[in-house]
Design a protein around this ligand. Structure first.
Ligand SMILES: Nc1ncnc2c1ncn2[C@@H]1O[C@H](COP(=O)(O)OP(=O)(O)O)[C@@H](O)[C@H]1O
Ligand SMILES: [Mg+2]
Length: 247
């Protein structure tokens, strides 16, 4: 489970202070796929970076399976796998070297890592690419490699920042299936997206963020019950964001 408590992030440039995230409490529950939904610039990536300890919050805290990322960063980091919004890392390593490097960091034993690599490379159609450098990969292949690296230590929490961007349809289908399987085993999957059709089909719970503020956290059915019948998530989302342009 991920618990986010009164999280705030502000950036300073000169005398200006820009508050980009300022949220009430919200959670990504065990056994659920939670969609973190918002326009570009709403604050999704900044929030993900604070949850994972990449960025320090101005205020508030984040707990991963009850462990505070700031108080106990190593233990907290063992709880999750994180796919950031850019897959362009460790470009000089071959895919297999990258995966072994990450597996070493997380102390994954040889059999477990080999089983994982064989299974996931097969599922993602990456087997023949394992011996090539990440530099030679397409965007989608890099994305698949980052996903494999994030999951190789079998973390209970998956934190995925726009994970479907740039994936081919087969890989997107596989990843969505993996997310479902992982959540159904009682784990928690939190993924950000601005693609509402995906969120609508895939998520058990949603967190709506607008200009750094959480507008809603609950099931799609709960959100829809606040609106006229038969309104899609897309229509509701557009409505929530429209209200703002009239403010
Ligand atoms: N390092 C930074 N300095 C100043 N502003 C930033 C920084 N990082 C992000 N922002 C701003 O924070 C806001 C939220 O960005 P981001 O979290 O990337 O949104 P999203 O992932 O939802 O598209 C944007 O207005 C962005 O320009
Ligand atoms: Mg983003």
């Amino acid at each position: 489970m991920v618990q986010v408590e009164n999280l705030k992030k502000q950036f300073r440039s000169g005398k200006d202070v820009k508050v980009v995230v300022n949220t009430s409490n919200w959670v990504a529950k065990d056994g659920s796929i939670t969609g973190f939904i918002g326009h570009n610039g709403a604050g999704k990536t900044t929030t993900m970076k604070m949850i994972t300890g990449v960025m320090r919050p101005t205020e508030g805290r984040c707990l991963l399976n009850g462990i505070d990322i700031k108080e106990n960063p190593i233990e907290a980091k063992k709880q999750f796998g994180y796919v950031s919004d850019s897959p362009d890392h460790f470009l000089r390593l071959r895919g297999i070297e990258y995966l072994n490097f990450i597996a070493d960091i997380y102390d994954v034993d040889t059999k477990k890592r080999m089983d994982f690599i064989n299974e996931y490379a097969e599922r993602f159609g990456m087997t023949s690419a394992l011996n090539q450098t990440i530099l030679s990969y397409s965007h989608g292949m890099r994305q698949k490699m980052m996903i494999m690296g994030a999951l190789i230590h079998d973390p209970s929490i998956w934190l995925l920042d726009e994970p479907l961007t740039g994936l081919d349809p087969e890989a997107a289908f596989e990843l969505k299936k993996m997310m479902r399987e992982h959540a159904d085993r009682g784990n928690s999957v939190l993924f950000s997206t601005h693609v509402l059709e995906v969120a609508e089909k895939l998520c058990d719970e949603i967190v709506l963020i607008k200009k750094g503020n959480i507008m809603f956290n609950g099931t799609l059915a709960q959100l829809q019950s606040q609106y006229p019948q038969d309104m899609s998530l897309e229509e509701i989302f557009l409505d929530i964001n429209k209200e703002e342009s009239n403010e």
